[in-house]
Design a protein around this ligand. Structure first.
Ligand code: SF4
Ligand code: FES
Length: 259
């Protein structure tokens, strides 16, 4: 199949010459199906559809669900990379379906779509997120201060202090990092990158006063020391967060007790 030509809109928002002729392609989506009410085994199932390669994998899943098989089950909400609900393994890599353009994932070959790894699959592309969110809750992802009086104005912070944890504020809790981590695949007991990222966000916040507590939580046998620095998490993060760097900073804070 010829590689589709992809045209851009001009500055006035009008399609450039050739845009209208952009060929739809016939793409094959090979989806890992699992329905515990039907079988204990998961199976791959192929779906073919005519689609504009500039559309996203989420659009393809919608088309399959609406036109071919209404039982296809997946999560999604915002469709714009904000809610974090549609992380899945696409061509063997964790990605958000709503942020993955079909043209970017070699649509000339079957595109594989399966549930993220390390969490129990409930149906098709939907996994049980409870262990993931429990680890998130365990690091106390909220501001804690010792001051029992309500402040009468906002808690001030310098731009430099705010910058210290800026990267880790971008997390959308999609689980792409945690479910790409081989340590997490092994036994699922490891807190996982996402929980550490969200602990980092508060440990390095100059307004927070529970950093020591969070560090002790992550000093656990299933905490930061289990990280093997494979960088899978950083590669998987759709928000571009330097996840491995954040984990390293938490490890360093545990050793130096400076944060
Ligand atoms: S750190 Fe990145 S990959 Fe991990 S949960 Fe947050 S947004 Fe998703
Ligand atoms: S549907 Fe919300 S991030 Fe993709």
């Amino acid at each position: 199949m010829a590689t589709p030509t992809l045209d851009k809109a001009d500055s006035a928002g009008q399609p450039e010459a050739g845009f209208a002729d952009t060929p739809y392609i016939t793409a094959t989506f090979r989806i890992r199906r699992f329905n515990p009410e039907v079988s204990a085994d998961a199976v791959w199932e192929d779906f073919q559809l005519e689609i504009d390669p500039k559309e996203r994998v989420l659009d393809a899943l919608h088309k399959i669900k609406w036109d071919q098989d209404g039982t296809l089950t997946f999560r999604r909400s915002c469709a714009h990379g904000i809610c974090g609900s549609d992380a899945m393994r696409i061509n063997g890599k964790n990605r958000l379906a709503c942020k993955t353009l079909i043209k970017d994932i070699n649509p000339e070959k079957p595109i594989t779509v399966e549930a993220i790894k390390g969490l129990t699959v409930l149906k098709d592309l939907v996994v049980d997120m409870d262990p993931f969110f429990q680890a998130y809750r365990d690091v106390m992802p909220f501001l804690i201060t010792k001051d029992t009086n309500e402040p009468t104005r906002e808690r001030l912070q310098s731009a430099e202090d705010r910058e210290r944890f800026d990267d880790t504020t971008k997390c959308i809790l999609c689980a792409a990092c945690t479910s790409s981590c081989p340590v997490f695949w092994n036994d699922g007991q490891y807190f996982g990158p996402a929980a550490i990222v969200n602990a980092h966000r508060f440990i390095f916040d100059s307004r927070d006063e529970a950093g020591e507590q969070r560090l002790e939580i992550l000093n656990d046998k299933d905490g930061v020391w289990r990280c093997r620095t494979t960088f899978n998490c950083t590669d998987a993060c759709p928000r571009g967060i330097e996840v491995t760097k954040a984990i390293q900073e938490v490890k360093r804070a545990l050793i130096t007790r400076r944060f």
